[in-house]
Design a protein around this ligand. Structure first.
Ligand code: CO8
Length: 289
């Protein structure tokens, strides 16, 4: 165990605990996925691994701070075009916020600590974010997966918001994101009873992008990320922002924003290149401008 949970400690600095988060950029080679070729889009994909397997990757403050810092670095790095987040081991993406850190908190300590602002930092990440979920994605773990833009689920995945069973409610977006993802009737049932759902039910409810055999989860998420990384980078950022608008804006405001963004892309080199390549029947070469 590399990190000793502390119920009352203030947020801890990013650098003093090894092993909380593995950052691999570019993501590691998996059989046949990453070629040595310069233009391979897989070179533009990063893999972040929540790394507390003995605690089922429970999200303590130090881990979340490190995750937010890693995402901020990758956001600023033009070589990175897409990020996959997964959990170490085969039992969990993350089994929730670290209950051992939460147990002694008070309304005042939670409000004063600013610890939850880390979720806003994660949410601000501009590039596509894919959760590769094996095993438990519960509580804050389910909320982290839902903060991502897509979820690739292994067939052993379990999603749920069990906070009600320990006397609280979801606190990092679960009541809002789960309800938007699967609708009020189902979200109410899951949040009010704490029942978990398996990957098949999550798929049927529209919570996840796809379900794959458990061992193939990270590979499938990296392959999806590579397909996205092959797309023109500016249009990818614009598309993510526009789709997010569907969750946050009125229909009129969302349609306005989409139109403005669409028009704006006609000032990019990649728009001219993409359309010229189509007409000339050749592969496009994206400049990201
Ligand atoms: N926090 C801290 N430790 C945990 C957590 C957790 N959420 N989940 C598992 N662990 C630890 C266990 O304490 C245990 O450690 P140890 O070996 O030292 O006792 C180890 O991980 C293995 O867990 P179990 O022995 O319990 O494994 P089981 O296979 O018996 O059970 C379960 C697996 C069903 C997943 C079980 O561990 C469980 O119910 N975990 C808690 C799930 C939960 O309630 N999650 C919600 C937490 S509250 C929350 O997420 C609120 C979010 C608010 C905002 C987020 C802020 C960061």
């Amino acid at each position: 165990m590399t990190d000793a949970p502390s119920a009352t400690a203030a947020p801890r600095p990013d650098a003093d605990e090894p092993g909380l988060l593995r950052v691999e950029f570019p993501a590691p080679v998996t059989a046949g996925r990453l070629s040595a070729a310069e233009g391979d889009p897989a070179h533009h994909v990063a893999l972040l691994t929540l790394d507390r397997p003995a605690q089922l990757n429970a999200l303590n403050d130090a881990l979340l701070q490190r995750l937010a810092a890693a995402l901020e670095r990758l956001d600023a790095d033009p070589a990175c075009r897409c990020v996959v987040i997964t959990g170490a081991g085969d039992r969990a993406f993350a089994a929730g916020a670290d209950i051992k850190e939460l147990i002694d908190q008070s309304p005042e300590s939670l409000a004063a600590s600013g610890a939850f602002e880390v979720w806003d930092r994660i949410r601000r990440f501009r590039k596509p974010l894919i959760a590769a979920v094996r095993g438990y994605a519960l509580g804050g773990g389910c909320e982290l997966a839902m903060t991502c833009d897509m979820i690739v689920a292994g067939d052993d995945a379990q999603f749920g918001q069990p906070e009600i069973r320990i006397g609280v409610i979801p606190g990092a977006g679960g009541t809002q994101r789960l309800t938007r993802a699967i609708g009020k009737a189902k979200a109410m049932e899951l949040i009010l009873t704490g029942r978990s759902i398996d990957a098949r039910e999550a798929d049927a409810l529209g919570l996840v992008t796809n379900v794959v055999p458990a061992e193939a989860t990270v590979g499938a998420a990296l392959a999806l990320a590579s397909r996205i990384a092959a797309m023109p980078p500016l249009a990818v950022l614009a598309a993510k922002e526009a789709v997010r608008g569907a969750f946050e804006l009125s229909l009129t405001a969302g349609l306005d924003a989409e139109r403005r963004t669409f028009f704006g892309l006609f000032g990019s080199d990649d728009q001219r290149e993409g359309m010229a390549a189509f007409i000339e029947k050749r592969a496009p070469r994206w400049s990201g401008r």
